[in-house]
Ligand binder design. Structure first.
Ligand code: NAG
Ligand code: NAG
Ligand code: NAG
Ligand code: NAG
Length: 395
């Protein structure tokens, strides 16, 4: 019996450590407290060149980590088991990123560890949220060109800029990820995805100073499910149309999510310029709970921060096949639903079903505004939906 029990518990310990029995483990072998930049790069490269499955192990403890790029392709699937806490230097301003994983096919990142961007000192000197002319701070974790990947059970704390940025991914899942930064930290988007096909963000908690999830151009087939967001700026498709050479957005599903105390809930925003004429279609928001959310449902085709654009020119981004279903809870302002589409390219095939958004402020009740759209309305309508296209109300 004793032996059997030992075997079983050893197996469980193995699983808890996130190590799989058939992968060769490469331990960074550095003591807690040390700077592991060189050791991690060397260990990653060894594991990456190993001919069969490998695991890079960063054991429990706190480590300093400088700017690093872990670059594939690797010879076999690779897993990074981060059990410890990695700390970026609070004052150091790296290049475009702090940590990058790039060109890897068959990738896992797990182990329950923490990426601590130590953003506090950097936020105080950052003014990118007020002006375009500013020094960009590093993104905490970049996933560039990852195919067949899974990121599970890790935490990103106090990023200096975006927490996580994904580009060029095919089939990448984020599960049980925690993202934490104060509400007042500037530009700390939780997970930004773009130019990828097949990303899932599941069962995760994002509390940060900017968008919880933001979707850039070229994103196809994104599922965001059971994500709790707030504080933060909500879940946002766009902004689109600022630059030339953008690609279409298609197949976005946001389901069973909760937004609490966020500025903006679920929104689609495009710049009112003609830099490019792409489309964003097949975008569905379903089963969303709102708790004191400002601007809960928003399509804004005149998105123009810093007034660096000509609002008279209509947006050339074509929005179509968009639905909002079972959206309920409380709004923090009277603008519960605003669908402000482009006068050059009115939104096509927008559906709203079972909308129940209450606002109890003195300037209430909640309103539902439409411009350049005739939404199809079904079920509950609180506030009462605009029934026919109306012109935009004065600002
Ligand atoms: C997606 O990636 C996961 C994890 O790497 C893998 O197990 C799965 O087979 C991939 N699915 C497809 C359709 O490629
Ligand atoms: C979403 O939540 C509802 C209940 O709130 C549940 O019935 C449904 O299965 C969930 N959908 C998914 C895909 O988890
Ligand atoms: C709603 O959020 C605002 C801040 O956006 C806050 O001032 C207010 O107290 C909150 N109301 C409730 C009922 O929580
Ligand atoms: C919108 O949906 C309709 C009908 O479901 C489909 O025929 C059309 O191709 C879709 N448009 C886009 C741009 O996906």
């Amino acid at each position: 019996m004793g032996r059997v029990n030992f075997g079983v518990s050893a197996f469980f310990v193995f699983c808890l450590l996130g190590l799989s029995a058939n992968a060769k483990v490469f331990n960074i072998g550095s003591p807690p407290g040390s700077d592991i930049t060189k050791a991690l790069l060397k260990t990653f490269n060894e594991a990456c060149q190993f001919p069969t499955k490998s695991t890079v192990l960063i054991p429990k403890g706190e480590y300093k980590l400088g700017e690093i790029e872990m670059l594939g392709p690797c010879k076999a699937p690779i897993r990074i088991a981060l059990q410890g806490t990695l700390k970026a230097d609070g004052n150091a301003v790296h290049n475009q990123k702090w940590v990058a994983f790039r060109n890897i096919n068959g990738f896992k990142l797990n182990g329950g560890g923490v990426f601590d961007g130590e953003g506090n000192a950097a936020w105080r000197v950052n003014n990118c949220h007020k002006t375009e002319q500013c020094k960009k701070l590093p993104i905490s974790i970049r996933f560039d060109y990852i195919t067949d990947g899974k990121v599970r059970g890790i935490t990103s704390l106090d990023a200096k800029n975006f927490h996580i940025n994904v580009i060029g991914a095919k089939n990448l899942t984020f599960e049980e990820v925690r993202i934490i930064a104060p509400a007042e930290s500037p530009n700390t988007d939780g997970i930004h995805v773009g130019r990828s096909d097949g990303i899932k963000i599941i069962n995760s908690v994002i509390t940060t100073g900017d968008d919880c999830v933001s979707v850039g151009d070229g994103m196809k087939n994104l599922l965001v499910e059971r994500v709790t967001c707030g504080p933060g700026h909500g879940i946002s498709v766009g902004s689109l149309g600022r630059y030339g050479h953008e690609q279409d957005v298609k197949g976005i599903k946001i389901i069973n999510c909760t937004l609490q105390e966020t500025d903006n809930g679920i929104r689609i925003k495009t710049w009112p310029s003609a830099a490019c004429s792409t489309s964003a279609s097949d975008i569905h928001f379903e089963n969303i709970v709102l708790k004191n959310v400002t601007n809960p449902i928003l399509i804004d085709q005149e998105y123009c921060p810093w007034n660096h654009c000509n609002k008279a020119k209509p947006s050339t981004i074509k929005l179509s096949n968009i639905s909002f279903k079972n959206i309920r809870g409380t709004s923090g302002n009277k603008d519960a639903v605003k669908l402000l589409c482009s006068k050059g390219f009115p939104c096509q095939n927008v559906e709203l079903g079972n909308i129940d958004i209450k606002y109890t402020g003195a300037d209430g009740p909640a309103t539902f505004q439409c411009a350049n759209v005739s939404p199809k309305i079904m079920g509950t309508q609180v506030p009462k939906a605009c029934s026919s296209p109306v012109t935009k109300p004065p600002q």
